[in-house]
Structures are given as C-alpha cells and as structure tokens.
Design a protein around this ligand. Sequence first.
Ligand code: TYD
Length: 210
Amino acid sequence: MFFVLEGIDGSGKTTQADRLAEMLARRLGPDNLIRTREPGGWEGSAAAREFVLGGGLASLWGEFFFFMLDRCEHVERVIKPALSQGKTVLSDRYAPSTLAYQIFSDTSIDSAAAEYAARLGEVIGLPTPDAVFFLDVDPGTAASRLASRGVTDSFDGRGREFCESVRTGYEKTKAAWSGRWVDIDASRDEEAVARDIEAEVSSMLTAAQR
Ligand code: TYD
C-alpha cells in the first residue's frame, strides 16, 4: 500500500511520519516498509533538494517542474520498485504538496493552467496513493511552531501569510483526491493525532488483507 503524509510547514508532519513508520514496521516487518520523502527521496538527490529549498528558483512553474522531476525520479527509482515487490511505502509529502504550494496557493495562476497542473501526474502515470493524511493545523499555530524551532529552509521562512495561502492551496487540492484524502485535526497533542492516523491505517491494512 502507498501512504502519504501532507501538511503545511509546522503541522507536525515529520513527527507523525516517524510514529507511523514505527507502527508500520512493527505490523508489517521492517523489510516490508519503505519510508521516504519529497523532495529528495532518491539516491543522488541531496544537491537538488538543497538547491530548491535554498530558494534557487525564481519562477513558480520552474519550481513546479523541478518538484515534478524530483517526483518522477523518486517514483521510478524508489516507489514503483517497492510497490511492485509488495512493500508498503510511506512518503513524507508527494503530489499534493506541489499543487498546494506551487499552484493553488498562488492566485495569479489561472484555472486552465491549474487544471493542467492537477492532471499532469495522472496523465504521465504517477502512482496514486491509497491514502493521503492531511495534518490540518491553523496557520497561526504552524507559524509560531516554525518560529520557535527556527527557520530550516527558505520555504519555512516565508511566514504566516504564506502558511495561510498554502493552507488554502490544500483546500483546493483536496477536491482532486476525494475518497483518498483523510483530514486529521493536527492542532491536538501528538498522541491524539498519532492515534487517529494509526486507526485509519490499521483498518485499511486489515481490509487489504481480507
Ligand atoms: P519538507 O522537507 O517536508 O519540510 P518540512 O519538514 O519543513 O515540512 O519540505 C520542504 C519544503 O518543500 C516545504 O516547505 C514544502 C516544500 N515543497 C513544495 O513547495 N512543493 C513540493 O512539491 C514539495 C514536495 C515540497
């Protein structure tokens, strides 16, 4: 199965990915789980990740295609081989991030262009996750979490307004993923959030094993 965690910066996504990875490894066996992330989930991509997160690109479409390129390599080298061997993949970010951050957060992108961007992954055959867990947190809370942990990349440093536009971007992105999108209230404590995600994943695994 293929699971994805999504959320605005400061939503607690990486902490939850760690916890979910532990739960999956326990349940499926560590060799049956591939824990990965975007951007930069494939061998040789560290420099690319550093470049894009360092603010190396000026154009939104440049960023869009850069993240798409990263995803195509990630899919080809990591995700597809794992899925075809029957392994479970857990990715910290995937296609919804590109739509939320590069496309739907920006009101200057017109609807035809946004539609093109939203369809591209499917048209070129990128695998569709079984579930996208969206860690939903108020942008104000996320921005103060980010401020207290310090800026780690140029995306983190864009502030509350940017968090708000990405949160709106996710709302629009969600429409294209109906049936596979699971909203998780991530304003609660870590335990409560983890319990909800684990309950969903557990029932999906049980259903798949039937
Ligand atoms: P990430 O490593 O998940 O950072 P964090 O742990 O702070 O959430 O992602 C780095 C940044 O890259 C994050 O701000 C979101 C951004 N990003 C995009 O803008 N588009 C994309 O397609 C992806 C995958 C990430």
